[in-house]
Design a protein around this ligand. Structure first.
Ligand SMILES: Nc1ncnc2c1ncn2[C@@H]1O[C@H](COP(=O)(O)OP(=O)(O)OP(=O)(O)O)[C@@H](O)[C@H]1O
Length: 342
C-alpha cells in the first residue's frame, strides 16, 4: 500500500523542488561561491514547529537521501513568548528524530521597526540567511501554503497596492534563489493531514489564532466569509491571481528597465516630457527605480510616495520638493526631475 494521499502530495512537492535545486546548482556551480565541488548539497528547512513546516521537514527527510542531498533544519526562537526557548528545543528534538542533520535553533532579538509582525519577519530572515551562509546550504525551504498565498494577495488588495504586491510570495526568492516554497500550490489542510497520519506532533502558534493580528483575523473570519459568499474555490482563485499578477508585474518591470535610458538626458536626469507620455504603470516603475537608485530603501518606499513624485509630472502646479525615505528628495526643475539624496 502506498502512502496516504496527503503524504504522497507533500513528498511530490518536495521532490520537484529538490530536482529544481539540483538543476540550478549544476547550472551555476561555477558562478555561486557557496557551492563546493564534489560535496553533497545541503538543503535546510526553516521550521517553526507548526503543521506546515513540520510536514515539510518530514517530506524533506524522506526525499533528500534518495537524491543524495543532505537535509538539515533551522528553527528561529523569536523570544516573544514565555517558554519560547523550551519550545524551540522541543522542535529541535523532533527534527533530529526525523534524522535531519544539522539541526539548530537560533535565538534572535526582534526590533520594533514596521510593527511586531514585520520586525519578527526581518529578524527571522536575517537568521535564516546567516544559517544558510554558515552551512553553505544550496537552498532553504519554507512551508508557505496556497492559503498563505491567498491571504497575502488579500492583504495587498486591502492596502490598495499594485500588481507587484498582488503577486504575493514567489516560489523562488532571496539571494541566488536560496528560498524555495514547495507548498505554494498545496492547501494547508493537506500539510496538517500529512502530520496527523504520520503521527507528527505539531505546535499551534497562539499568534495564528489571536484576533489582535490582521492575518489571523483574515484567516479565521475574512477568508471563511469570502468562501461562504463566493464559494470554496476562492483560495485557489486568489493564488492564481498571484501568479497572473506576478507575470504582469515582471513584464512591466522589464518594460520600465528598457525605457529608462530613453527618458534620461545626458547627465542622467529624467526628462518630464518623456515621462509624461509613458503609460502610468511604466512611468511609476521608472520613478520607483530612480528613487531607489538615489538611495531610498526599497522596503520603506510605498505606493503613496511614488504617486506623490508622479504628480510632479502629471499634476504639475509648481509644488515644492518631495521628501522621501532615506533622505531622498525629488523636485522638478526646468523640465527635469531631479532626484537625489540630501
Ligand atoms: N520560528 C521560525 N523558525 C523557522 N522558520 C520559520 C519560523 N516561523 C516561520 N518559519 C518559516 O516560514 C514559513 C511561514 O511562516 P508563517 O509564520 O507564515 O506560518 P506558520 O503558521 O508559522 O507555518 P507553520 O505551520 O509551518 O509553522 C513556515 O512554514 C516556516 O518555513
Amino acid at each position: 500500500m502506498g502512502p496516504h494521499p496527503a503524504v504522497a502530495a507533500i513528498r511530490l512537492a518536495v521532490r520537484r523542488v529538490l530536482h529544481d535545486v539540483l538543476t540550478d546548482r549544476a547550472d551555476n556551480s561555477s558562478a555561486v561561491s557557496s557551492v563546493r565541488a564534489g560535496e553533497p548539497p545541503l538543503v535546510l528547512v526553516a521550521c517553526s514547529g507548526g503543521a506546515d513546516s513540520m510536514a515539510l521537514a518530514s517530506a524533506l527527510a524522506f526525499e533528500a537521501p534518495k537524491l543524495s542531498v543532505r537535509a538539515g533544519a533551522v528553527t528561529v526562537d523569536h523570544g516573544l513568548q514565555a517558554g519560547s526557548a523550551l519550545r524551540a528545543a522541543e522542535v529541535v528534538t523532533r527534527l533530529r528524530a526525523m534524522r535531519l542533520d544539522p539541526v539548530e535553533s537560533v535565538a534572535v532579538t526582534v526590533g520594533r521597526e514596521g510593527g511586531p509582525e514585520a520586525a519578527a519577519r526581518d529578524a527571522r530572515y536575517a537568521a535564516l540567511d546567516a544559517a544558510a551562509e554558515r552551512h553553505r546550504a544550496a537552498a532553504v525551504l519554507l512551508g508557505h501554503t496556497r492559503d498563505d498565498q491567498a491571504e497575502t494577495v488579500l492583504l495587498g488588495l486591502a492596502r490598495g497596492s499594485g500588481t507587484r504586491s498582488l503577486s504575493g510570495m514567489a516560489a523562488v526568492s532571496g539571494t541566488s534563489g536560496r528560498y524555495r516554497r514547495p507548498f505554494l500550490q498545496l492547501d494547508r489542510q493537506t500539510a496538517r493531514k500529512a502530520c496527523l497520519v504520520q503521527s507528527i506532533p505539531v505546535w499551534d502558534d497562539p499568534h495564528n489564532t489571536d484576533p489582535a493580528y490582521t492575518r489571523s483575523r483574515l484567516r479565521h473570519e475574512g477568508l471563511p466569509a469570502l468562501e461562504k459568499a463566493l464559494g470554496k474555490g476562492v483560495v485557489e482563485a486568489l493564488a492564481r491571481t498571484a501568479q497572473l499578477s506576478r507575470d504582469d508585474a515582471d513584464a512591466l518591470d522589464t518594460w520600465a528597465a528598457n525605457v529608462e535610458e530613453s527618458v534620461q538626458d545626458d547627465s542622467g536626469q529624467l526628462r518630464c516630457a518623456k515621462l509624461y507620455v509613458l503609460p502610468p504603470a511604466v512611468r511609476r516603475r521608472v520613478l520607483r527605480r530612480a528613487v531607489i537608485a538615489a538611495g531610498a530603501p526599497a522596503g520603506s518606499l510605498f505606493a503613496r510616495h511614488i504617486e506623490e513624485v508622479d504628480r510632479l509630472i502629471t499634476g504639475w502646479r509648481g509644488q515644492g520638493a518631495i521628501n522621501l525615505p532615506g533622505r531622498v528628495e525629488a523636485r522638478r526643475q526646468g523640465g527635469r526631475l531631479v532626484i537625489r539624496q540630501g
